[in-house]
Write a protein that binds this ligand. Structure first.
Ligand code: URA
Length: 434
């Protein structure tokens, strides 16, 4: 086997890495034979000299081959998966998975933890007491067959190389690379035998890709991996120029998702979840009425019931579906903060809000750090809304008064107010499909 430093050196110098060498490097890292420092050096080299399409496919395949795949042959319903490239107050998966299950589809989903300034679905779900995300391949398959949806982590069995590299990227400022994100997302999607992969590629201040153009590049990289694999895939390029929902945290996100699942929280988070669920139904089982059926499932309680079943199947306290705050942990300090000036909300630095939430303890600073499920930020307004001094801009949930005051300052500094009315941004900029 080649000296792994040669793989790092090739990328450092901007050369293409031989397929077999790259594959061995990734598999060696997953087996624990290549130390973190070499893998971290490789990631930084690959960040500065992006992998080409061929290398990205080799990386994706090696991550999948680092574990077993899950063809889900025992599941008879049409199978769909959905994944976001990462955002702020982006709780779509928490809603989508039970919503799609309530519409007769099967959702088997491997999710990630918080990455950089973005939240992670696994961290959010683990805010529910008892909720287990570390499931074996057999448990995942059984739950999809019985309950219709499951949201789980990569395991030692399933895409372990992505689990390891993902945590290392988070800790080494090497996240925002199109090929690295595409390989990470698609390895988790292609390892599971689904009929359709839906991607939510985020664009804007709260995303890794700051413009719709760079997000379109990421969408194309992901769709191209799906095409090479022979898997139907559609990617939305969606707006992340402001927090999607209001809750930026873990327990806070779960509580917001329950409101959406009850049909009691109209807005951009609901709209995006309905759009994805509707698209999945239309593509796999429908007659074009997918979005209407999704709205009905939110209004009549069937999506919420599916959420409760998923939580209980994964060991969580199912009362979260009826009365979230009877089981979710609450922060010691809750501080309201007002806008610094009056006017129309023109711009939000959603990454800064995500970082403020991380600073409160909702995300990680070092690899493997625990997150605090209770803390976070509820950011109320949307771009275009009128802000008045004296009204609440955000609510900070913190462990201490000092933490809360610091986060409040950061949130106030993250908004730009205009004296003139402002048009809200589009929710979806476009789609790319295989
Ligand atoms: N989501 C993932 O699964 N991986 C990334 O690299 C970014 C977002």
């Amino acid at each position: 086997v080649k000296d792994p430093r040669e793989v790092v050196a090739a990328k450092r110098d901007g050369r293409r890495v031989e397929d077999e060498d790259l594959r061995e490097f990734v598999l060696g890292y997953a087996r624990g034979e290549i130390p973190d420092y070499l893998a971290a050096a490789f990631l930084m080299a690959a960040y500065l000299h992006p992998l080409d399409g061929g290398e990205t496919l080799v990386l994706t395949r090696a991550m999948i081959d680092s574990g077993v795949t899950l063809p889900l042959l025992s599941v008879s319903r049409p199978k769909v998966d959905k994944h976001s490239t990462g955002g702020v107050a982006d709780g779509v998966t928490l809603v989508f998975a039970p919503l799609a299950a309530s519409l007769g589809l099967a959702v088997a989903k491997l999710s990630g933890r918080g990455l950089g300034h973005t939240g992670g679905t696994l961290d959010k779900l683990e805010a529910i007491p008892g909720f287990r995300t570390a499931l074996s391949a057999e448990e995942i398959e059984r739950q999809v067959a019985e309950v219709g949806c499951v949201v789980a982590a990569q395991t030692e069995d399933l895409v372990p190389a992505d689990g390891a590299l993902y945590a290392l990227r988070d800790a080494t400022a090497t996240v925002a690379s199109v090929p690295l994100i595409a390989a990470s997302v698609m390895s988790k999607k292609l390892a599971i035998g689904t009929d359709l992969v839906l991607l939510d590629v985020k664009a804007g201040s709260g995303a890794f890709m700051k413009t719709p153009e760079s997000a379109a590049e990421l969408a194309e990289a992901c769709v191209s991996l799906a095409r090479d694999w022979g898997r139907p895939c559609s990617a939305a390029i969606s707006d992340m120029s402001q927090p999607l929902g209001a809750a930026v945290g873990n327990a806070l996100d779960v509580a917001e998702a329950v409101e959406v699942l009850r049909g009691e929280r109209p807005g951009r988070l609901t709209e995006l979840a309905v759009l994805f669920a509707g698209r999945a139904v239309d593509a796999l089982a429908g007659d074009g009425s997918g979005e209407d059926r999704a709205r009905t499932a939110l209004a009549d309680g069937s999506a919420l019931a599916a959420f409760g079943r998923m939580v209980e199947a994964q060991g969580g306290d199912g009362r979260v579906a009826d009365d979230p705050w009877s089981v979710l942990p609450r922060a010691a300090v809750v501080l309201g903060t007002e806008p610094a000036e009056e006017g129309y909300l023109a711009e939000v630095d959603a990454e800064a809000i995500g970082r403020a939430a991380t600073g409160l303890g909702a995300g990680r600073v070092r690899k493997g750090d625990p997150v605090d499920p209770a803390v976070g930020i509820v950011f109320h307004p949307k771009v275009g809304d009128r802000l008045n001094t004296g009204s609440e801009l955000a609510e900070i949930h913190a462990r201490s008064d000092d933490d809360a005051a610091l986060a409040a300052e950061r949130v106030r500094a993250a908004v730009r107010v205009s004296p003139d009315p402002v048009e809200p941004p589009a929710l979806v900029y476009g789609w790319r499909s295989t």
